[in-house]
Design a protein around this ligand. Structure first.
Ligand SMILES: Cc1cc2nc3c(=O)[nH]c(=O)nc-3n(C[C@H](O)[C@H](O)[C@H](O)COP(=O)(O)OP(=O)(O)OC[C@H]3O[C@@H](n4cnc5c(N)ncnc54)[C@H](O)[C@@H]3O)c2cc1C
Length: 296
């Protein structure tokens, strides 16, 4: 049963009954009853403030590339649709949180700016990358982050520099109602062609090591200290293990893939099986890297 929403929310840009299969890269999940898509920071702030006034919990969605949604979502979901513009100022580059993360890395390369090459194969939005402190090849966003703008869960707009403890391995404090709005990275000048070549090389490496032809959500589990989750899953003999249309990829054991008609329940069950088998084989508890949204 969905709760009626106040007029001050309903006057903001929104859509109803949008399937999560279209909002996530894994392509599973029920229906998003209320999808709010503000096109300005003021609209995003109005959304948060209205939710606060109504004591209405909400979720924030980016590109859905790190998400498994179980069932229907009746609480409002916020997905930013800001104008897609990168702004260069000397050695810094600023992107709105709805900007494509890979597109930003390519944009930096095209500007002859070095430092974001590591991000060239990490899908989703820059907002999701900020929240997740996305990273690869030993680098992560906080390494280059200069300033960032966000809304607090009370709807206050803040711009600041990152401080120690705010961003850690695949996580940040921007959860539980915080909304990342934009960020600026500080990069180094370099040779445009070699930066672009590095971007292409990083993307090529992924094409040969990840099952990119099937829908997936990237690495499902975080790497435990000193080891790789994919290796633990592989050694537990789970590559190719399948429940319905959900499978542990044979190419990269930390990727679960959707053969076409997998359901969220099948992925949830597959994740449980993987965790139990890795616990039994290695005595290690895997922690999900993907976020799981339960029906609410
Ligand atoms: C093929 C593939 C490869 C991947 N490789 C990597 C990799 O190498 N390294 C890596 O770190 N990740 C990787 N990922 C995971 C994923 O791309 C990143 O976590 C990405 O940063 C998530 O961004 P998103 O916009 O899709 O976020 P979503 O999946 O939409 O959301 C993820 C989390 O971020 C929150 N969020 C989204 N936008 C905002 C916002 N504006 N403000 C506040 N919170 C927000 C959501 O509430 C949720 O908690 C990969 C995924 C795929 C599919």
């Amino acid at each position: 049963m969905t709760r009626p929403l106040p007029d001050e929310l309903l006057k903001l840009p929104h859509r109803i009954e949008v399937p999560f299969t279209k909002l996530t890269t894994l392509g599973v999940g029920g229906v998003c009853h209320w999808l709010f898509e503000p096109t300005t920071e003021a609209e995003a702030q109005a959304f948060v403030r209205a939710c606060v006034r109504e004591s209405l919990p909400y979720r924030v969605l980016g590109g859905g590339s790190n998400l498994v949604v179980l069932g229907n979502m009746s609480m409002p979901v916020l997905r930013l649709r800001f104008p897609q513009e990168l702004q260069r100022n000397g050695l810094t580059l600023t992107a709105p949180a709805s900007f494509g993360h890979i597109r930003m890395a390519q944009g930096a390369a095209n500007e002859g700016l070095s430092g974001m090459e590591y991000a060239s194969g990490i899908p989703g939005t820059t907002g999701g990358a900020l929240r997740m402190n996305a990273g690869a090849y030993g680098r992560e966003l906080v390494d280059i982050l200069d300033t960032f703008r966000f809304l607090t869960p009370q709807g206050e707009l803040i711009e600041k520099r990152p401080e120690p403890g705010e961003f850690n391995y695949r996580c940040s404090f921007l959860t539980g109602g915080y909304v990342g709005l934009s960020f600026t990275v500080r990069l180094a000048g370099g040779d445009r062609e070699s930066i672009q070549a590095q971007v292409r090389e990083n993307m090529g490496k992924r094409g040969s090591s990840q099952p990119l032809s099937k829908r997936n959500a990237g690495c499902i589990f975080k790497n435990p200290p000193g080891t790789s989750a994919g290796r633990l899953i592989d050694l537990a003999g789970l590559k190719g293990f399948r429940i319905g249309d959900a499978e542990v990829s044979s190419e990269h054991a930390n990727f679960l893939i959707n053969h076409g008609h997998a359901t969220a329940a099948e992925f949830a069950e597959l994740m449980d099986v993987v965790r139990a088998k890795v616990r039994e084989t290695h005595g290690i508890e895997l922690e999900p890297e993907v976020e799981i949204w339960h029906a609410e």
